[in-house]
Design a binder for this molecule. Structure first.
Ligand SMILES: [Zn+2]
Length: 255
């Protein structure tokens, strides 16, 4: 009993210490994949069922968050266009069809926006978004970004293959009638300096990684951090915990 008391006291002192540190400035970028009641076996670990997703957006709304796009972030960074008080970016990797059929209606019911990163060679295949859906998403204010052409580990590719994945995935979308593509999501979150240089040459303005944490206007726009949202096992508490965890890490980093 005494032992449990000591553990509890230490935990309480630690929590007190963490929350006495200044509130971190950064804002979260959430990383989602699919939002459906019928996920494919390979995407099940990433899937957030629609009812849970809706509850997460309710939570963000009740807590004063405003969704923005990466394009808004870039405009704020480059031209000083002000951001709302508690900005947050919702990102969706891989370009699954349910982002249009199931996620979008919930997003719009909350008056929110998002960024969807597509694998261009998967477009139109069963389970994936089509070009027409992407055009409609852009019309509705959703930002479309590239998640490469084939979702290969980019750091293992030679220059020619890298060009296919980075430059050609962007021009494929633009030549098929989409508005300019400004953002990129590294497949599996992995990147190196050559890949960043190629993104800059090809006029990508921002890129998101798989690294955990928050972002500020001073963050390197090609190394943006994310908060990974996986299949929830403990409902909204898990979602709140993931946001809180990013906040705690950021406080500790500022020590
Ligand atoms: Zn991916």
């Amino acid at each position: 009993m005494r032992f449990i008391g000591v553990v509890f006291l230490i935990a309480a002192l630690f929590a007190g210490f963490i929350f006495s540190l200044p509130e971190p400035e950064g804002f979260p970028i959430l990383e989602y994949h699919t939002v459906t009641n019928n996920p494919l076996p390979e995407s099940e670990i990433y899937n957030v069922p629609p009812a849970e997703f809706s509850a997460q957006l309710d939570y963000l709304q009740e807590n004063g968050y405003t969704t923005i796009t990466l394009n808004d972030f870039i405009k704020a960074r480059r031209y000083g266009k002000p951001l709302p008080p508690k900005p947050i970016i919702l990102t969706f990797d891989d370009g699954y069809a349910d982002n249009y059929t199931e996620m979008l209606p919930i997003l719009e019911a909350h008056g929110m926006t998002a960024v969807i990163f597509v694998i261009t060679n998967e477009l139109g295949k069963p389970g994936y978004l089509t070009l027409d859906q992407l055009k409609d998403l852009q019309k509705r204010g959703i930002e479309i970004g590239s998640h490469s052409a084939d979702h290969l580990p980019l750091v293992t590719l030679n220059a020619e293959f890298l060009d296919n994945q980075i430059r050609k995935s962007k021009i494929f979308l633009e030549w098929n009638g989409l508005d300019p593509i400004g953002s990129f999501s590294y497949p599996n979150g992995i990147y190196n300096i050559e890949i960043i240089e190629m993104l800059k040459e090809q006029n990508y303005l921002a890129a998101v990684t798989g690294e955990a944490g928050l972002n500020t206007l001073k963050s390197d726009p090609y190394k943006l951090r994310r908060v990974n949202i996986r299949k929830p096992r403990f409902g909204i508490f898990e979602f709140r915990w993931r946001l809180l965890k990013a906040n705690i890490f950021e406080r500790l980093k500022n020590l």
